[in-house]
Write a protein that binds this ligand. Sequence first.
Ligand code: C5P
Length: 226
Amino acid sequence: AAEIARLLAQPRGADPLAGQPDFAGTVRLQPRASLHGKHILITAGPTHEPIDPVRYIANRSSGKQGFAIAAAAADAGAKVTLVAGPVNLPTPPGVIRIDVESAREMAAAVETALPADAAIMVAAVADWRAAETAAIKIKKDGSGAVPPLALTENPDILATLAASPQRPRLLIGFAAETNDVIAHAQAKLMRKGCDWIIANDVAADPMGGDANRVHLVTATAVDSWE
Ligand code: C5P
């Protein structure tokens, strides 16, 4: 209680989102110290899955949503571990950041960061990686032949965490959908075994954009944030 009183007495410092990309609309921050004593584990950004030393498979995730959540959680007093894929964003104040490239590296970093009271899996993890990574750059041989690219499935970090003995008490997954957003989110909630799915309706403004509408989907309720 004394520690919380001390934190509350401190003036609110600089904007915790300073230096992060802008969001459309107002950001509502939680009271200072409201997450004091909690460890929150967050994944953010895309993953890069190597094909050879110079090429990779990626996606359009910017990381800004996960970084903003990490900034807000740290501002509310949580200890925050942010496992970040390759993004070009500054580390929010007070956040412990672990940079990774591939889905398998992200999975290992998440496991190392446990235990956590809550995990918020915002990262757009690549579903597949190249089955084999070439040790040297794959070259055109002039014949017009296209090299085969076989894919294999990546570990599902969220589903693995849901089934783990170290499952955080609150486990939140994300979904980016263009259609039947809530139905897909409800199905994903069951499939992955998490507590909430934050469904991003990306029909109007796809991944990387500044504005979206989210639906907080639980097993019993849907709360839509315009
Ligand atoms: O299956 P889908 O990729 O749509 O699920 C999205 C949710 O699952 C996100 O919370 C994402 O961070 C998580 N995820 C994961 N590991 C994967 C794929 C997705 O943690 N390999």
